[in-house]
Design a protein around this ligand. Sequence first.
Ligand SMILES: Nc1ncnc2c1ncn2[C@@H]1O[C@H](COP(=O)(O)OP(=O)(O)OP(=O)(O)O)[C@@H](O)[C@H]1O
Length: 449
Amino acid sequence: MERYNLIKEVGDGSFGSVWRAINKQTGEVVAIKKMKKKYYSWEECVNLREVKSLRKMNHPNIVKLKEVIRESDILYFVFEYLECNLYQLMKDKQKLFSEGEIRNWCFQVFQGLAYIHRNGYFHRDMKPENLLVTKDIIKIADFGLAREISSQPPYTEYVSTRWYRAPEVLLQSYLYGSKVDMWAMGAIMAELFSLRPLFPGVSEADEIYKICSVLGSPTTESWADGLKLARDINYQFPQLAGVQLSSLIPSASVDAICLITSLCSWDPCKRPTASEALQHPFFQSCFYIPPSLRTRAVARTPPSAATRGALDQPGVKRYSSAFNNSMLLNNFTSPKLHPSLASGVQRKLNMDGIKNDNSMKTTKQSKYRPPGKNSPTSINMGRSTHGVSETAEKLANMSVGNRRQSIGQPRPSPPMKTGVNWIPESGNYMLRPTQQIPNGRTFIRKVAG
Ligand SMILES: Nc1ncnc2c1ncn2[C@@H]1O[C@H](COP(=O)(O)OP(=O)(O)OP(=O)(O)O)[C@@H](O)[C@H]1O
């Protein structure tokens, strides 16, 4: 470690603190994650998920692990450094992001995800804090929970940050897969548009309630397996009509709403894969430039050919046939505005419920809080503490009436359809004027779970 100068702490996660550092020999700026747990042998280290999965990943949209150092039983990961995470970009933002910016970020993240999934992994903890940004480039970080797709279910340990947690995980399915990352991306995309979390549950039960309030409760058509899962744990979904997503995210274009809707399908089978998402009309103006061409002059390529690198996988459907707007919009069960959602803009989430949720880590309140996970031990907690019986009990005992909370009132702003073209590596956007967010937005970001 004497090769590095630690400059400043830039992050403090469940597993370790992250420092901006400089390599004394090369002058290169890096991020060093110092693990909280002690490691008494190398064998222990190389078996870590983060090491096993990241060692194999080499993609422009995945944070590069440069080095692993064990010194005095302390483990350090040396990563390429990125300026900030997506949550930091959102939290004090006074104006909405343009659709072009969101499109650019999401296009890159889906490319990263397509690569991860293609290589037999899924991330399991996609959230704005784990998406790191430098200028126009965004990269997926934190593979602490990554899982091999081929690994044998059941996956019993605690998974993912609550606000981005897929319903099958909330219902304690043992058989979830890479589609949990797609669900999280739907929630992240929506949040990028509105700067508010889409499903800000204060407990696991409330998380499901929030999802039902937005999507409408699942039916045999929308998620037959989910109804069975719920029966298995003696859980009854609250019966809610759901709302038009476009009313919650008025700044999003029809294409964006369409993609978010399909990503946030109750049924994981109905969510697109990352490769399919890249083919969605929302990304029509995005062009994939193969890494080999990135240092050369950027040439425009038709989208279908341009996305080839990420998309020429067996079984990948063209979006035009796999997704059409009417089919995607039909995923919404009801356009009726739920009364709990019409009651006004939620300026501040009621955090009282947090104390009752063992899976939460309480953090001090501020304007818009980052989610964090539990203490390190909670990540590997088995079912004895966060198992099916406890969750089933929590869910089964949930009083629907008490859970009603307003999520937010649609702001009366016109849909924003940008014609923005983003050219990878050129860093050029043509941005339309962004929309103002009403002042005084207070959002307490508290996730964990
Ligand atoms: N390569 C990097 N460059 C710059 N900042 C980074 C980098 N890696 C991590 N960070 C910062 O540190 C924070 C925590 O990092 P990370 O998510 O890897 O830690 P963790 O202990 O696994 O956290 P979590 O509680 O989310 O599991 C990130 O949200 C980010 O702000």
